[in-house]
Write a protein that binds this ligand. Structure first.
Ligand SMILES: NC(=O)c1ccc[n+]([C@@H]2O[C@H](COP(=O)([O-])OP(=O)(O)OC[C@H]3O[C@@H](n4cnc5c(N)ncnc54)[C@H](O)[C@@H]3O)[C@@H](O)[C@H]2O)c1
Length: 428
């Protein structure tokens, strides 16, 4: 769910040549040879990370084959109008769609595209489209992504991947049957601080990362409800939406850094203050909560405290990660917590590396949600051009989404600890 002020906060499982892994590998190989990267992976820090006031080389963009173009269709002219498909050298915006005329027009203007359709259902029939960006409401995501893949097109979808466990199963089945690319546009994955944490994790800087606190605070006040809960006087999908069914901006900070899986969850829910729209029979989800606070266990025996809070006076998406060798604190403009890395061997960076260098030149622009939008745009296009799985593939997406679905069930049972089913690829 969008929240403009959050932007103020911030200025590898299969054929995993995924963008960042390959970038960090290249940066290390370039500086110190293969040995340094491998040493980093086994727990020895590269000399690059140890020096005072050193900001490591972020790595540079390796141009893709410009002869290969991805013709994309963009659906959903709210949040879906804030990506950079038109700036990517390997992408052509072939068509756009929204049920609403005003939003169709907006998409056509933003993406400089003169072909539009009245619905996703019509757009997917266009044989000149290779891939579709689905930015519709969460309860429609699985249905829409399945419709896209069933017409032979790759798909990138806004979070969360799905609303139910049945949908998770169907999504995985269609993706595996068709072999098309599926990616979830999880913004926390490419926040610049998350990129730093992931690179450091992959280089062994954390030691054992045994505990994390991941959180997303989004006050749903009167003004927000008036703006987003109704359209033409009718409730939208956001009306009374259960917070833990939107967990990925929190869970993404752990799954997106370590790739571990959340296997058990105990969650408490509440509604504070008493608020219109929450409670049994008061919304289409029968959801009583605007706040969810969960304790989760991982497949590596680690602990994660995961919050999704739609009330109160905090705002922002952030994490703090605790390892045996160092801890890493993302900043919070509300609490005043500065960016900090702590521990005897923690890097002494004065600022983040300039990760925008990893993008094609026209994409090095300021974007929303911690500057993640250009990275998401590029990763999806690059995965198609290079014919590899995207970094946030179907398995990572479901590993970020499903624990929240179970957390909500746990909260409805007063915090009972429940197992989280795995939707990973079955090992052959
Ligand atoms: N940080 C983030 O990752 C982030 C931020 C904001 C929103 N989102 C997600 O992005 C998605 C879109 O958010 P939003 O705020 O724009 O929501 P929204 O409900 O305002 O917009 C969804 C749009 O999809 C259109 N739509 C629905 N069904 C359609 C169909 N069959 N064909 C064509 N158009 C259709 C609607 O008309 C609407 O304009 C949501 O899933 C939301 O959760 C993510």
């Amino acid at each position: 769910m969008d929240i403009k002020e959050m932007d103020k906060v911030t200025p590898m499982r299969e054929k995993s040549s995924c963008l960042l892994d390959s970038y960090s590998r290249r940066a290390f190989l370039g500086k110190a040879g293969a040995g340094a990267f491998l040493a980093g992976a086994s727990g020895l820090l590269s000399p690059d990370l140890l020096g005072a006031d050193v900001v490591p080389d972020p790595g540079t963009y390796q141009p893709l084959d410009l002869a290969k173009k991805v013709r994309i269709g963009v659906v959903g002219g709210g949040f879906g109008a804030s990506f950079q498909w038109h700036l990517h050298p390997n992408c052509i915006v072939q068509a756009v769609s929204d049920l609403r005329t005003d939003r169709r027009n907006k998409l056509m203007k933003v993406y400089k595209c003169d072909r539009s359709y009245e619905s996703l259902e019509k757009l997917v029939l266009d044989e000149e489209i290779d891939a579709v960006a689905v930015f519709t409401g969460v309860p429609d995501h699985a249905r829409h992504c399945i419709a896209v893949m069933n017409t032979g097109k790759h798909v990138i979808c806004a979070v969360a991947a799905c609303f139910t466990l049945d949908e998770a199963e169907q999504l995985r089945e269609v993706k595996e049957r068709t072999g098309l690319k599926y990616m979830m546009a999880e913004t926390s994955y490419y926040r610049l601080y998350t990129i730093a944490a992931r690179d450091l994790y992959n280089q062994g800087a954390f030691g054992e990362l045994f505990y994390s606190e991941v959180e997303y605070y989004h006050p749903v006040d009167e003004a927000f409800r008036r703006r987003y809960w109704y359209y033409n006087g009718k409730p939208t999908w956001r009306y009374g939406y259960p917070p833990m069914h939107y967990p990925t901006h929190s869970t993404g900070f752990l799954v997106g850094v370590t790739k571990e899986r959340l296997t058990e969850v105990s969650c408490l829910g509440l509604c504070a203050p008493e608020m219109e729209g929450y409670g049994t029979g008061r919304n289409q989800y029968d959801n009583p909560f605007n706040t969810g606070v969960a304790l989760m266990k991982t497949d590596r025996g680690h602990i994660c405290r995961c919050n999704k809070v739609n009330a109160g006076t905090n705002a922002g998406e952030r994490a703090q990660w605790f390892g045996t060798k160092m801890s890493f604190f993302m900043p919070s403009y509300v609490s005043g917590q500065p960016f900090r890395m702590h521990g005897p061997q923690a890097p002494k960076w004065t600022k983040l590396p300039d990760y925008l260098q990893r993008l094609p030149k026209p994409m090095r622009v300021k974007t929303g949600h911690g500057n993640s939008h250009t990275f998401l745009t590029h990763e999806f296009i690059a995965a198609i051009v290079e014919d590899r799985e995207p970094a946030i593939d179907i398995y990572e997406s479901l590993a970020m989404t499903v624990p929240g679905i179970i957390a909500h069930q746990s909260a409805l049972k007063g915090g009972e600890q429940l197992p989280v089913p795995s939707f990973d690829r079955a090992m052959s």
